[in-house]
Design a protein around this ligand. Structure first.
Ligand SMILES: Nc1ncnc2c1ncn2[C@@H]1O[C@H](COP(=O)(O)OP(=O)(O)O)[C@@H](O)[C@H]1O
Ligand SMILES: [Mg+2]
Length: 267
């Protein structure tokens, strides 16, 4: 096997990137896939949400050390820093030190392709690799897009901003042209959707008209269980399988599988 790699990206905080990476990763695991989650955001919210909070400096290694070594063309055992999580997915963890990588990479030849060589070491071990990216377009986000087959954009339905979306798509087009000819948009998902608000339904219609088939049919509703689950380091499917959050992300998982042409087997 060789993993399909998906970046969850948009250069804005709070739109649901981390929530989507977590729920989609654990959703795909539920359908029998072997999943690696990669946290390349120095805020490390995904790493924390999966229960890997490193409070001491004597902690196991993270993506930061891997990027540092590989960017200096040193041998690095990437498998040695992958952690197993109680959510059943593997994790390539982040740390706040990754904030320095963005700057350190500036001096590196082929700086856009460091994450790609890191993931090349492990992609045969997984069906799917999902990368959670920072809320800006920096060297880390460019590395994520350069290493990916697809990118998926979560938008906050409350303030759908076409301009932010266009900037990300432009960036992805440049990455595709220069570093990664195979990169494709997997789709756009509307998050924090409230079907009872007329303004939001209008917004969804506007987005659908604008984005056509790119927009996923299923929207993710506002659901506090999604926030709670992360606080207790559980996937939404373990924490509250009957919640709207679990239902909506299950539907998104199935749509993603359809777009990736992976048959959905329910056991
Ligand atoms: N559909 C939702 N319903 C309720 N809370 C949500 C939803 N999506 C995200 N959140 C919460 O909003 C905050 C920001 O989401 P997050 O996924 O961290 O965004 P990003 O990674 O894009 O910055 C988090 O506290 C998360 O739990
Ligand atoms: Mg995040």
């Amino acid at each position: 096997m060789s993993a399909k790699i998906i970046s969850i990206a948009i250069q804005k905080g709070g739109t649901g990137k981390t929530t989507t990476a977590y729920a989609l990763g654990t959703g795909l695991k539920k359908y029998g896939m072997k999943v690696l989650l990669v946290d390349i955001d120095p805020q490390a919210n995904l790493t924390l949400g999966l229960g890997h909070h490193d409070s001491l400096n004597t902690v196991p290694k993270t993506l930061y050390e891997a990027i540092w070594a590989v960017s200096k063309e040193q041998d690095y055992d990437v498998k040695g820093i992958i952690r197993q999580t109680s959510a059943g997915v593997d994790l390539l963890p982040s740390t706040k030190h990754l904030g320095a990588s963005d700057h350190e990479l500036i001096q590196v030849d082929n700086r856009q392709l460091v994450l790609k060589s890191i993931l090349d070491q492990v992609k045969e071990d997984y069906d799917i690799i999902i990368i959670d990216t920072p809320p800006k377009i920096d060297n880390l986000t460019i590395n994520a897009l350069s290493a990916s087959d697809y990118y998926l954009i979560p938008l906050n339905a409350e303030y759908f901003a076409a301009s932010g979306l266009e900037l990300l798509v432009d960036t992805a087009d440049r990455v595709k042209e220069h570093f990664n000819p195979g990169l494709e948009c997997l789709g756009v998902v509307m998050n924090r959707f409230n079907p009872h608000k007329i303004a939001m339904r209008n917004m969804a219609t506007f987005a659908e008209n604008r984005l056509g088939n790119l927009i996923f049919q299923g929207h993710i509703r506002e659901n506090v269980a999604l926030m709670e689950a992360q606080m207790v380091n559980q996937s939404i499917f373990d924490y509250m399988p009957d919640s709207n959050g679990a239902k909506d992300f299950d539907a998104l998982t199935q749509e993603v599988m359809a777009r990736l042409q992976i048959p959905v087997k329910t056991s």
